[in-house]
Design a protein around this ligand. Structure first.
Ligand code: M6R
Length: 364
């Protein structure tokens, strides 16, 4: 049931504050300011690395979490798309664990990667939305995303719930590895508890984003740029836009711009820059200047501080509130999804059932 929404995708975008809150409270004890510690088939403190493998949007959730695990828990992460991982014959040192991220829990390549790790004898954790799925069944432990059923082929709420689980696990890993203090853990948990509130504020940008979507629907090619955790978000934005609007889109790490894609910049290719005011903001601004100097049209998704400091004339600036760094990837997913959604609605495509795509990819 779509309720009063035009599409399941729209409904699922709007459910996010609630399902994120639900998911985070499953993993974090807000009153105590701590990550919950249900027993695990491995010990974060004894791991040398984790391997993460998944497909599509679930892979991009894993890629964001690499930044979190490495930065907060000082735990190296190898992340691959499952279709590559399964055939790569990666050596699995004893002190590792493998995580698989999947909404459906049935994705063929992800399942095959899981079975490879099982044969290598390392502990397996699954971050899944469908709990009675094959991937859940074949894992040593299941970290559920409590997004509820996701009907739209484009993954939205499952993605932000995957990010929520992974952020909570990164905080737990950091605490157990002693790479953050009790005080820092408390602070991170408090920041994460604010996510639903910021997500609600992000939804209020819908009217503006609808206008930007109308503009974007006039173009054939779009480039997305971001640094740090905004790099996977740029790739996710491009994936979302191409899968439902059929506009050609590419997502790049902003620093890669001058290594090739800058050759494409002209007034016919809008560049969407995802850049909250964080540690790498100034670097991204210099990439934006390069785009602007070549007549590129910039759509900047940033926060108040970022819009004040960017000092660049943009085609459009979408301004979110300033927020803690750890929650930005979860909250910024919303404007990125809404932009793809509204653009696709203007294009008149079948948003919930895009051509050639299936909700669950059970064949290789
Ligand atoms: O069910 P899964 O999470 O394993 O599916 C993985 C991908 O097929 C999925 O995320 C796909 O990329 C979505 N259509 C993206 O919106």
């Amino acid at each position: 049931d779509k309720g009063n929404h035009r599409h399941f995708m729209e409904k699922e975008i709007h459910e996010q504050p609630e399902v994120i809150s639900h998911t985070l409270s499953h993993y974090l004890d807000f009153a105590e300011g701590k990550a919950k510690r249900e027993s695990l088939p491995f010990d974060f403190a004894k791991l040398d690395r984790i391997a993460i493998s998944a497909c599509g949007t679930a892979y991009l959730a894993g890629l964001v979490s690499k930044y979190w695990f490495e930065r907060y828990a000082r735990l190296p992460v190898d992340i691959d798309v499952a279709s590559e991982f399964r055939y790569r014959e990666m050596p699995m040192p004893k002190a590792s664990a493998a995580f698989f991220v999947s909404q459906s829990g049935e994705t063929a390549d992800t399942l095959a990667s899981l079975r490879y790790c099982r044969a290598e004898g390392i502990p397996i954790g699954a971050i899944v939305n469908v709990q009675e799925s094959t991937i859940a069944r074949e894992s040593d432990c299941v970290f559920p995303t409590l997004a509820g059923p996701e009907i739209g082929v484009a993954s939205t709420k499952a993605f932000t719930c995957q990010l929520s689980v992974l952020a909570a696990l990164a905080v737990r890993a950091a605490s157990e590895r002693g790479t953050i203090s009790a005080q820092e853990e408390k602070q991170l948990v408090r920041e994460l508890s604010e996510t639903p509130r910021y997500a609600t504020q992000a939804l209020k940008l819908e009217e503006q984003i609808d206008r930007v979507g109308r503009k974007l629907s006039q173009y054939k090619h779009v480039l997305y740029l971001g640094r740090g955790t905004n790099y996977p978000m740029a790739v996710e934005g491009a994936l979302k836009l191409k899968e439902i609007s059929y506009i050609h889109a590419e997502g790049y790490a902003a620093g890669e711009l001058k290594h090739g894609p800058i050759a494409l910049i002209d007034r016919d290719m809008p560049v969407i820059v995802i850049a909250p005011h964080d540690r790498v903001f100034d670097k991204t601004v210099s990439n934006m200047q390069e785009v602007a100097a070549r007549g590129g049209k910039i759509i900047l998704i940033t926060d108040k501080e970022g819009s004040r400091r960017a000092g660049i004339e943009t085609f459009e600036t979408i301004v979110l509130p300033d927020m803690p760094e750890i929650i930005a990837p979860i909250v910024y997913a919303l404007p990125v999804q809404m932009l793809a959604y509204h653009t696709a609605v203007f294009m008149g495509t079948d948003v919930d059932q895009p051509r050639n795509l299936a909700k669950s990819v059970t064949v290789e």
